[in-house]
Design a binder for this molecule. Structure first.
Ligand code: PLP
Length: 377
């Protein structure tokens, strides 16, 4: 079955009532039919029917063994990090989502988890950074916000040779465009808040793992740590995901046009979009994914104009987050990446001239007109 069919059909033919839209099982607990008997559902933190539909759907879409839904992407990442122990060392993409950086540096470091941030678009840099206590490589690709592309097959080989857990944050592309588990990764994590949910109306996290042993271990952690997604939000995720294929296509098409337009604009000095022919990783991306997504970062020639640009936009909203049907623009230096120390951030290129655009499904001419009038204010 094709992925767009799978997406549209999530939850259908699964409820005994014949409901096309899978019901929201708003029950914290479930009665036992008899002594030491279970319907398969006992308590909603452990397992809830609506959440289960979502978890099965994401596992199927990512071609993994089992899926898990969390109350946020960070809830998912927290649970993943609980797989590790004091003294373990992780290799993480050097320009990750700021919250990933923050949780490693501010929380798990105190529990004795050591992290090195590396350029995961450079396989040699990954090899060199491996230490005797390294346990995992945690990759974002494309990176956020500089859109660097990591070679997922290459990283998987390194991980297999060194017995490392290969984790991929697939938020920017979703299984519609990229399936890391089929390229050798062990775990995929999503901020479901973004493209999967797609409507800026629900915060959620999703994880898919490969292999029964890891699935059982991670399932135990999900239940034990308890950052699970509620039934109402699980339903919103299911509803949003049904249109993922249509949204992704429309958003990507708009993004290509906007990236091209930005490239020729005198107010812009650099455009970061993996779909541009001269973007490093453009070819690699085509070998490991079906497309480039709809996230664009760009540098404004005169950074002093940024406050004016952000406050002049009329259609594109100046707001955190990404992936929804409404276009959003972010200033990574103070928003998504504000927790990365300034010096580190500037060295990475996430400086005060950079803006990040999440392209929505609006008419592309309206988006371009909006940017044009804001650049000319
Ligand atoms: C790539 C990426 N991963 C993880 C997260 C965290 O997800 P959430 O905000 O749903 O907790 C985000 C949030 O922006 C993100 O962009």
């Amino acid at each position: 079955m094709k992925i767009s069919t799978k997406l549209a059909q999530i939850g259908n033919r699964q409820d005994p009532t014949g409901a096309i839209s899978f019901p929201i099982y708003h029950s914290a607990t479930f009665a036992h039919p008899g002594f030491e008997q279970s319907t398969g559902f006992d308590y909603s933190r452990t397992k809830n029917p609506t959440r289960q539909v979502l978890e099965n759907a994401i596992a199927d879409l990512e071609e993994g063994t089992r899926g898990y839904a969390f109350s946020s992407g960070m809830g998912a990442i927290t649970t993943i990090l609980a797989l590790f122990s004091q003294g373990d060392h992780l290799l993480v993409t050097e320009d990750p989502y700021g919250g990933t950086y923050r949780i490693l540096q501010e929380v798990f470091q105190d529990f004795g988890l050591e992290t090195s941030f590396v350029d995961t678009s450079d396989l040699e840099a990954i090899r060199k950074a491996i230490k005797p206590n390294t346990k995992s490589v945690f990759v974002e690709t494309p990176t956020n916000p500089l859109m660097k592309i990591a070679d997922l097959r290459g990283i998987s080989t390194i991980c297999q040779e060194n017995n490392l857990l290969h984790i991929v944050d697939n938020t920017f592309l979703t299984p519609y465009l990229q399936k890391p588990l089929t390229l050798g990764a062990d775990m995929v994590i999503h901020s479901g808040t973004k493209y999967l949910g797609g409507h800026n109306d629900v915060v959620s996290g999703l994880v898919v793992v490969k292999g029964e042993e890891l699935a059982a271990r991670f399932g135990r952690l999900q239940n034990t740590l308890g950052a699970t997604l509620g039934p109402q939000d699980s339903w919103l995720m299911i509803r949003g995901m049904k249109t993922l294929a249509l949204r992704m296509k429309a958003q990507e098409e708009n993004a290509h046009k906007i990236a091209q337009w930005l490239l020729n604009h005198p107010a812009i000095t650099k455009v970061y979009y993996p779909g541009l022919k001269d973007h490093p990783g453009n070819e690699l991306q085509l070998q490991q994914a079906k497309g480039f997504g709809a996230m664009i970062s760009f540098r404004v020639k005169d950074r002093e104009l940024i406050p004016k640009i952000l406050s002049s936009l009329k259609t594109i909203s100046y707001a955190e987050s990404l992936g929804g049907v409404e276009s959003l623009i972010t200033y990574p230096a103070t928003q998504t990446h504000g927790d990365i120390p300034e010096e580190v951030r500037e060295n990475l290129g996430v400086d005060r001239s950079l803006l990040r655009l999440s392209v929505g499904i609006e008419d592309v001419e309206d988006l371009i007109d909006d940017l044009e009038q804001a650049f000319n204010k």
